[in-house]
Design a protein around this ligand. Structure first.
Ligand SMILES: Cc1cc2nc3c(=O)[nH]c(=O)nc-3n(C[C@H](O)[C@H](O)[C@H](O)COP(=O)(O)OP(=O)(O)OC[C@H]3O[C@@H](n4cnc5c(N)ncnc54)[C@H](O)[C@@H]3O)c2cc1C
Length: 469
């Protein structure tokens, strides 16, 4: 059963798929965006909405002297220099264009924040659901087609050996959807596949599964079946800051999925009341350490000065909502807080005393902490009551590894040859992050490489950027 001929077929309708499909539609291509679930969104719909961009208008307005070169260095340093330097360079080179493209769609970035691994405040946040609605409407306005409940299960090819090219996809109902210019895989990660987690990230088998319900690694398997190379697989890390307990009944929709007080100066203690990590490190590295603690619990402890810096969703600093949802406990003293959190009071008080002494310059910090994150900011004392605590664990939000591509998002096979007509973008694409993940780089990556993939696929059918609306 064949369904017409499209120029471009995009598989998976989150951030990456929407950006790819919209770019193709605006270049004049006939494009269909396929989604296996009843609604579009994937992990993008539930994420924090933060983008790592550098040299932006918002940063300039706030006097932040950031550059693409600095962002590139941070990506490489965070990835322990095992990332693909060409892919990282492409991110740095095209990120500002992606930022302006999103702004041109009417998406307003009006603030920047600091987060793990960033040497500058450069997380630009949007409400992800609003962003998806805007992208989706723009796609329909540009003539793109969207199909829900349309899961792809196989890639279709024609030709043999060096002549082989991807010409479409087969859906789970047997229907074939053909693509003249190429198929762009944007199926997200595999956080919801027990099988792939066991195979590629066994150390995360106990992490709390998060991410979109449909993110079972389908795109990875489809391309893998054609000999696609995989990269960064061993490096998948969980994310610290997933609340360990459920929110109060009725607060499920407003309760944050992630809470980070560490980069404002909060500490993380285990159930013995001891710190176990330098909290200025990336939340991925904190997540790794948290999984080694009793019960896989890390309790963030902080004071009123940090609570005062609560910033509404979509940031990970929405402490007020977490408090209202019953995830954060509040107490007038550390003794009382320890009781509420089930921590040994003496140990917690001694830990906070040592932390405060180091923050005041009376001796070194026991975990080597000397900044808020990545050399930026001064560590505050935790001394202004009331005090707060939230029991967290490590969540498997996203997998950040996958198909090896070149800098133009073309999928490469195990011999380093591009598989003609096949592209990957977003979380399913490996190579950018290397050994660890720089916050805000996943959404931006989906946008940057989705657009590059679409441009190349359109070129194969004769459309050029000049034809763009
Ligand atoms: C709680 C949380 C907070 C996060 N915060 C941030 C943040 O602030 N900044 C950031 O950069 N990243 C963040 N991330 C990570 C980020 O959200 C994801 O990596 C990103 O949204 C992935 O986008 P994507 O388009 O590649 O995949 P997704 O948005 O997951 O979309 C993939 C889509 O493909 C569909 N699909 C899968 N298989 C098939 C198939 N066979 N056929 C058709 N469709 C298919 C899925 O159903 C899904 O809708 C966060 C993640 C979580 C869970």
């Amino acid at each position: 059963m064949k369904n017409g001929n499209h120029d471009v077929v995009v598989v998976g309708a989150g951030m990456a798929g929407h950006c790819a499909a919209l770019e193709a539609a605006r270049m004049g291509a006939s494009v269909v965006l396929l989604e296996k679930m009843p609604a579009y969104g994937g992990s993008t719909a539930m994420c924090g909405g933060a983008f790592a961009f550098a040299g932006t208008r918002v940063q300039k307005e706030q006097g932040i002297a950031d550059t693409p070169e600095l962002l590139e260095q941070d990506l490489l340093a965070c990835g322990h220099h095992v990332n693909d330097p060409q892919v990282v360079h492409a991110y740095a080179e095209h990120q500002h264009d992606a930022y302006r493209w999103l702004e041109s769609l009417g998406l307003d970035f009006d603030n920047v924040t600091l987060n793990g691994g960033q040497s500058m405040p450069r997380l630009h946040s949007l409400d992800p659901k609003h962003m998806l609605r805007v992208l989706h409407q723009a796609l329909l306005d540009a003539g793109g087609e969207f199909r829900a409940n349309a899961g792809a299960r196989r890639l279709l090819t024609s030709g043999e050996d060096s002549e082989r090219r991807v010409i479409g996809v087969e859906l789970t109902n047997g229907e074939q959807v053909m693509a003249q210019g190429g198929v762009i895989i944007s199926t997200g990660g595999f956080s919801r596949s027990r099988d792939l987690v066991a195979r590629f990230a066994p150390h995360l088998a106990d992490a709390k599964p998060m991410g979109g319900e449909g993110n079972t690694g389908d795109g990875l398997r489809m391309a893998w079946a054609l000999g696609a190379d995989l990269v960064d697989m061993g490096f998948t890390k969980g994310t610290f800051g997933a609340p360990a307990g459920p929110p109060l009944a009725g607060k499920e929709k407003t309760a944050p999925h992630l809470v980070h007080t560490m980069y404002k100066g909060g500490i993380v203690v285990n159930t013995k009341g001891d710190r176990f990590v330098n909290e200025s490190l990336s939340y991925k590295l904190i997540g790794e350490e948290c999984l080694k603690q009793p019960g896989r619990i890390g309790v963030q402890v902080f004071d009123q000065r940090i609570m005062d810096q609560s910033a509404p969703f979509p940031t990970v600093d929405d402490y007020s909502s977490a408090l209202e949802a019953g995830l954060i406990q509040r107490a007038d003293s550390l003794d009382e807080l320890a009781g509420l959190l089930g921590l040994p009071a003496q140990a917690l008080k001694a830990t906070v005393e040592r932390y405060n002494a180091a923050a005041e310059g009376r001796g070194g910090d026991e975990m080597g902490r000397d900044c808020l994150t990545a050399g930026y900011g001064t560590v505050p004392t935790l001394s202004v009551a009331p005090f707060y605590g939230i029991a967290c664990t490590t969540g498997l939000n996203s997998t950040y590894c996958g198909l090896r591509t070149d800098a133009g998002a073309r999928v490469l096979d195990v011999f380093g040859q591009a598989i003609a007509g096949l592209y990957a973008t977003g979380e399913v694409m490996g190579g950018l992050h290397g050994a660890s993940y720089l916050s805000g780089s996943s959404l931006a990556k989906g946008c940057i490489f989705g657009r590059l993939a679409a441009q190349d696929a359109c070129r194969r059918t004769g459309q050029t950027p000049a034809a763009a609306a």
